[in-house]
Design a protein around this ligand. Structure first.
Ligand code: SAM
Length: 314
């Protein structure tokens, strides 16, 4: 696959199609060089991303809006070119002798924090899921899983071996990379499926009657989820528990400086603005049983801390 010179409107979905394709290229080069262990490869990719971030080129131009179908004279268009650029140290500090910035700026429970290089924040979600899983859960599902990073982490950090892991994702390149990594690991039952938050369909689930579903910073990429989003998920004829690890703190309350800045960032980037309202409405209507909400519980970049919501349909 070559995403080069495929001009498309700069939507979050088109961005991720390109971003996962670029990571697929990186992983394929490791596999071609003889790497055959998915855990090693994911860690090598994560280490690469400590030093480099992906930058996708975009230009202003005329294109058709993918949602309305209207031709727009001036919109940001992805050119298909993307490159890895060095992550710059913050606060005028020097790079470590390893080549990584010494800290990254983050926030947690409403305060800014500095996190040391190599701190493994990316595994927090996997630890949550492993500890939260119930003995009766017969499958684990991530909706909007990218290349399945969280699911692989759950497996490698001691999650159950005898359950199917459903890797549900919107982009073709994300699904392709998940499948490539899963093919290297015979002890994980990974099932790669299509999923669109704008059109909920869990028809791919098989006979399992009790299921743990989670999302991690994927609903964030959909400006407005449908009003029926949670009712549509809850309607699946199975017992489901859902945990959302999403950056919706500013939607709970926006009276602190982190939440105010988060709101501005989300408006500017066309990221999600209605998760919490739709969630509360579903709980009030009795479509779901909302059990827990935690604001800004996991550090994830200064203005995108992760909040958590848990609900079930039984
Ligand atoms: C920030 S990444 C997170 C990926 C993964 N959950 C993780 O934590 O590594 C956002 C993901 O949301 C996916 N996404 C964007 N729009 C989506 C949609 N409409 N339905 C499902 N997934 C979507 C993107 O393709 C991308 O994989």
């Amino acid at each position: 696959m070559s995403p080069e010179n495929s001009y498309v409107p700069k939507t979050p979905q088109n961005f991720y199609e390109l971003a996962w394709a670029k990571r697929l290229e990186f992983v394929q080069s490791l596999v071609d060089g003889g790497e055959d262990n998915a855990f090693r490869i994911i860690k090598m990719l994560e280490r690469h991303e400590e030093k480099f971030h992906l930058s996708a080129e975009s230009v202003l131009g005329e294109a058709r809006d993918e949602i309305t179908g209207d031709v727009v004279k001036q919109m940001q268009i992805l050119t298909g070119r993307a490159e890895w650029l060095p992550v710059l140290p913050e606060n005028n500090t020097d790079y470590l002798p390893t080549g990584a910035p010494p800290t990254t700026e983050n926030s947690f429970l409403g305060s800014k924090i500095s996190v040391p290089a190599y701190a493994d924040l990316k595994s927090i979600v996997a630890h949550w899921i492993i500890e939260f899983l119930h003995d009766d859960d017969k499958a684990i599902v991530e909706l909007g899983c990218g290349y399945g990073r969280n699911l692989f982490n759950i497996h490698y950090l001691g999650g159950p071996r005898d359950l199917p892991y459903y890797a549900a994702e919107y982009t073709g390149s994300g699904k392709q990379l998940t499948a490539l990594l899963a093919a290297l690991e015979s002890s994980i039952q990974m099932r790669v499926e299509h999923f669109d938050h704008n059109n909920v369909d869990l028809g791919f689930l098989q006979g399992e009657d009790q299921i743990l579903i989670f999302t991690c910073h994927s609903i964030e990429q959909v400006k407005e989820i449908p009003a029926s989003y949670f009712a549509d998920l809850a309607r699946v004829p199975k017992k489901i528990t859902c945990i959302h690890f999403e950056p919706f703190g500013f939607q709970i309350s926006s009276d602190d400086s982190i939440s105010t800045a988060q709101q501005e960032l989300f408006v500017k980037n066309d990221w999600n603005l209605n998760f919490f309202d739709v969630l509360k409405a579903a709980a009030e209507a009795g479509s779901i049983n909302l059990t827990h909400v935690y604001k800004d519980m996991i550090p994830n970049e200064t203005y995108s801390p992760t909040s958590i919501a848990i609900w079930r349909n039984f």
